[in-house]
Design a protein around this ligand. Structure first.
Ligand code: GYE
Length: 339
């Protein structure tokens, strides 16, 4: 064979192989439910359907990652993940599809507390154990879930109040004007953190809650709502913001108004979650204190499923604990944190 003929031959040969491998590879987009089911059934892996409520915050991203890592193939799981985009109807649809796919376990991080009974009854009838994570559901029938894993949101709210008590100790008794940026209405995080803080606030006659507004746990909404609050009130002393993302938005609003915040600032800021960017802001002195809410809940949920698999009893309620981080110690306290 001459050199040219050999080159043409190889080009032709490689082209043939590429074509063949393309047509043999099944396209994911065209997989039917039946194919997905069969794939899962073939393996010894434990199939878990996880309905995450959304991707509204840094906290949520860390929570999703923790659960995805814990439910890896290496750990013996096959995870079907669904993002509810902050809407309960999307989550209900996802749960129904998990039931249809005959998963072994359903894990739900519910966006709000009410309205889950019907779909959880369907899961129960199908014999699929349900584990609730992060936020809680409100139901009369606690046989609808086998276990719940999350943080104590009421305790987080009261820690915020206790911190403010300490912060104001020894100062004069002038009126303290407070605004609260609340998270998604009717979510456990909003209900618990509001009630926890308000129960402490009630004890102080000079604490004046000017406004409680919904910022939906997002940076954009936090900024928008804070702008309105700053236009309406020119004497805000304290901002209690129920998550870090809303706080980041609020800080932008405050600075754009020409005001200052945090340590020695015009507005004292109490935030929740303690994600990495919040530590940056504490180091800059822009946030006074952050009430931690630990999102790394995947390993605990995987452990619960492991116990259920071995037929062992599991705790109905498991709390993940958290700390309180202040600006002054932020650079030391953040060492070793992964989110
Ligand atoms: O604080 C917030 C997220 O439910 C504890 O939801 C969670 C909260 C968290 O969007 O950042």
């Amino acid at each position: 064979m001459s050199k040219n003929v050999r080159i043409v031959f190889w080009i032709f040969f490689i082209g043939l192989i590429t074509l063949a491998s393309c047509s043999l590879r099944p396209s994911k987009n065209f997989q039917s439910n039946e194919t997905v089911k069969a794939e899962h059934m073939d393996s010894d892996l434990i199939i878990v359907g996880f309905s995450q409520l959304g991707s509204e915050s840094d906290w949520r991203t860390a929570n999703t990652k923790s659960i995805q890592n814990a439910f890896s193939k290496k750990n013996g799981f096959s995870l079907i993940f669904s993002n509810g985009r902050q809407r309960q109807e999307n989550q209900i649809k996802a749960i129904r599809s998990f039931i249809f796919q005959e998963v072994d376990y359903i894990v739900i991080a519910p966006v709000t507390e009410t309205g889950w009974d019907t779909v959880l009854q369907e899961a129960k009838q199908a014999g699929i154990p349900v584990i609730i994570v992060d936020r809680m559901i409100e139901t009369e029938d606690d046989s609808l879930y086998v276990a719940w894993v999350g943080t104590d949101k009421y305790a987080e709210g009261s820690r915020a109040g206790q911190w403010l008590e300490q912060h104001l100790k020894g100062k004069n008794n002038d009126t303290i004007n407070i605004v609260v940026l609340e998270g998604t209405p009717n979510s456990t995080a909003q209900i618990g953190r509001s009630k926890g803080f308000e129960d402490i606030a009630k004890k102080h006659k000079n604490w004046n809650i000017l406004a409680r507004e919904n910022g939906d746990f997002t940076k954009a909404k936090g900024k928008e709502v804070m702008e309105k609050l700053l236009q309406k009130y020119d004497d805000i002393d304290v901002l209690v913001s129920q998550n870090d993302d809303m706080t980041f938005g609020a800080i932008e609003a405050i600075r754009e108004m020409g005001l200052t915040c945090g340590v020695n600032g015009d507005i004292t800021i109490i935030s929740f979650d303690a994600v990495s960017e919040a530590f940056d802001k504490m180091e800059e002195g822009l946030i006074n204190v952050d009430i931690e809410c630990n999102p790394l809940q995947g390993p605990m949920i995987a452990q619960i499923i492991g116990r259920l698999e071995r037929g062992e009893k599991v705790e109905k309620i498991s709390y993940v604990t958290g700390k309180v981080f202040e600006a002054e110690r932020a650079s030391r306290d953040r060492i070793g944190r992964s989110y």
